[in-house]
Design a protein around this ligand. Structure first.
Ligand code: NAD
Length: 498
């Protein structure tokens, strides 16, 4: 059985009595064991990071950017290998796996421009002979804890910006699909990154707690489910760290009566079911405004859903592959049963789906519910599977209220031809990222990513200039250079070392 080691000090590090199974979701078999590290393993990484970080911070930003340029080229050269590795542990189809890596690479591209982003502010003549300037300095050693669903993109969101800013970064990826993060760290080393600046410690809660409690880790970025995000936020802040902790989601797509329904159905096929619904920016709730819109949408959705092809992740024709593991498949199917028990109408049932030759794979067929009510638990909670729920709204006002009142506030979309309705919606909805006729409004890398309410704890978002702010601290210098003409007791004397 293959072991997945840590990547510490520029080399594989095989430590850890405990291990966790990494599955091949297409076949339901264990394909590797990942080591679950301890506080002692983290300390080994910390020793390297603390030693290496000052010289990296002192390396000029253009040289740091050059490593990012090299890394980008290496990832592009190795795209096929990375996408297959990602897909083999996660289960998303190859095209989605490439998209996962590509969206992360866009943050690396942003990081290639770090010299520009780190330029501070300057005021000449803030007072007589006085100038004020600010500089952004790295925090030191920082850490990221990432979820299973984007094992390429989310680590790159974090370490791309953090490392370009001059920090040493310790990554604790999901134990469910840790191979791509380890491979990315190897490629960063190949790109010229000094040993100790990017290290990967594998593990579970024990490693997360060790990170949160370590006094030399200055900031922690977390992405995962909301209860754990909240826990990480509280424990990290209590330990004096800067923490951003992104959580779960339940994104709504509002369909106005004037929307192009064919376009909406096409968009929903990707946004609700793509990657088996395991995306924090998926669109698992659709809110048609008015029964006429709802009936017309439903009529078009059913045949589109029935046409979706579920297949193994290497099937180039497949729309989506298996979910990540058996426990998650069970959880999704339990939510489908909950919806039935709560009285929602199950229009298309994806339970019990099997793929010939892959009977043990973790597949869930596409599922559609209609007449879902806001009081239902299956609506209020995140399912994170290929399940689309229709919640009918009577009016635009109700359509604004539904996502605004929901516990999660990651993303939302409105489909309409009416600019005024779209503009009002974007201004009023209580959600962090809004799409107007864009089903998955993940902002580009030079803007910033972050939800509201239980979808994010902490104030500063991922990537873009917010990322630079998160991974640096600002120092402001007020300077005066006397001309030497002042004499007597007002004379400026340069202190000398005795
Ligand atoms: P998860 O919360 O189970 O795991 C995330 C990380 O936390 C992993 O590294 C895991 O090892 C660690 N962890 C798990 N249990 C822990 C515990 N008890 N204590 C401390 N750490 C623990 O999340 P997941 O299932 O890997 O990912 C899916 C979730 O992530 C979904 O809720 C999804 O919406 C969310 N997500 C959010 C965003 C966003 O930007 N808001 C992006 C992607 C995914």
């Amino acid at each position: 059985m293959r072991n997945i080691d840590h990547f510490i000090g520029g080399a594989a590090y095989a430590s850890g009595e405990r291990t966790s199974d990494v599955f091949d979701p297409n076949n339901g078999v264990v394909q590797a064991q990942v080591r679950l590290g301890t506080a002692a393993d983290l300390q080994k990484a910390m020793d390297n990071a603390l030693k290496a970080q000052p010289a990296w911070a002192a390396t000029n930003p253009q040289r740091r950017a050059r490593v990012m340029f090299n890394f980008k080229a290496l990832v592009e050269q190795n795209m096929d290998e990375l996408a297959h590795l990602l897909s083999s542990e996660h289960g998303k189809v190859i095209a989605d796996a490439k998209g996962d890596i590509q969206r992360g690479l866009e943050v690396i591209e942003f990081s290639c421009g770090i010299p520009h982003a780190l330029k501070g502010e300057y005021t000449q003549g803030a007072g007589p002979g006085i100038d004020v300037f600010s500089m952004r300095q790295p925090l030191g050693v920082v850490a990221g804890i990432t979820p299973f669903n984007f094992p390429g993109m989310i680590p790159m969101w974090m370490f791309g910006v953090a490392i370009a800013c001059g920090n040493a970064f310790i990554l604790k990826p999901s134990e469910r699909d840790p191979s791509v993060p380890v491979r990315l760290a190897q490629l960063m080393q190949e790109a010229g990154l000094p040993d100790g600046i990017l290290q990967v410690v594998n593990g579970d809660k024990e490693m997360v707690d060790a990170i949160l409690d370590h006094e030399d880790i200055k900031a922690v970025s977390f992405v995962g489910s909301s209860d754990i995000a909240h826990y990480v936020y509280k424990r990290g802040v209590a330990a004096g760290k800067r923490v951003q902790a992104m959580g779960g989601a339940k994104n709504h797509g509002i369909v106005m009566p004037d929307a192009d329904l064919d376009q909406v159905v096409n968009d929903l096929s990707g946004a609700a079911f793509g990657s088996a619904g395991e995306r924090c920016m998926a669109l698992p709730v659709v809110v048609p405004v008015g029964d006429k819109t709802a009936n017309a949408l439903r009529e078009k959705l059913i045949p589109a859903i029935e046409k979706l092809r579920v297949g193994v992740s290497t099937d180039a024709e497949a729309h989506y592959g298996p979910v990540v593991n058996a426990a998650h498949k069970q959880k999704v199917e339990n939510y489908i049963q909950m919806g039935v028990d709560e009285g929602a109408e199950l229009v298309v049932d994806g339970r019990g789906f099997t793929l010939q030759g892959h009977e043990k794979g973790f597949f869930v067929g596409p599922t559609l519910f209609d007449h879902v009510k806001p009081t239902m638990q299956s609506y209020q909670e995140e399912i994170f599977g290929p399940v689309l729920q229709i919640v009918r709204a009577d009016s635009f006002e109700e359509a604004v209220r539904l996502p605004s009142d929901h516990q999660y506030g990651n993303g939302v979309a409105i489909f309409t031809r009416n600019g005024h309705a779209a503009r009002e919606f974007a201004a009023r909805v209580n959600v962090g990222m809004v799409g107007i006729n864009v089903p998955i409004p993940v902002p580009v890398a030079y803007h910033t990513f972050g939800g509201w309410k239980r979808s994010a704890y902490g104030d500063i978002n991922q990537h873009g200039m917010e990322g630079v702010r998160f991974w640096t601290k600002t120092k402001t210098v007020t300077q005066r250079w006397p001309d030497g003409s002042v004499t007597g007791e007002n004379a400026f004397v340069i202190p000398t070392m005795g």
